[in-house]
Design a protein around this ligand. Structure first.
Ligand code: NI
Length: 134
């Protein structure tokens, strides 16, 4: 499939004005910004709702490694999901806190299981899931 499809949409004029300002500030035109927003929306919808489909990206988390059983629990989870985890990067932020970035690729339902297991882990302070549509 090639070429472009044209369509018109109706939006709040203030929203459009702000969108155009940010878009031009980022050196983009309106079409490429709308296209990027649509791709992001689709990836987000697929991640949160779809039963099937493959996504890839990063699960980023901050946790307190002094929290009892935390590190062992997180390692157990990661060993249960080797089918979707490609690599893990660990950063010691300070005396108590660790940042961990887990690169993943796999089916959305399997990755939702991983997300739920990680979020249920004791000692997790913050999580961010950034996934791209494949
Ligand atoms: Ni650490």
């Amino acid at each position: 499939m090639s070429g472009v499809a044209r369509f018109s949409v109706s939006v709040d004029p203030e929203l459009l004005s702000e969108f155009d300002k940010v878009t031009s500030g980022a050196g983009m035109n309106r079409s490429s910004a709308v296209e990027a927003a649509m791709r992001g929306f689709l990836a987000e919808q697929k991640w949160s709702n779809a039963e099937e489909g493959t996504v890839a990206g990063a699960l980023t988390m901050v946790y307190d490694h002094h929290s009892h059983g935390m590190v062992d629990g997180l390692l157990d989870v990661q060993h249960d999901f080797t089918d979707v985890i490609s690599s893990t990067t660990h950063v010691h932020l300070d005396h108590r806190n660790c940042l961990e970035i887990i690169a993943v690729r796999g089916g959305v339902s399997r990755l939702r299981e991983l997300k739920d297991r990680i979020e249920a882990s004791k000692g997790i302070k913050q999580t961010k899931f950034s996934l791209l549509n494949l």
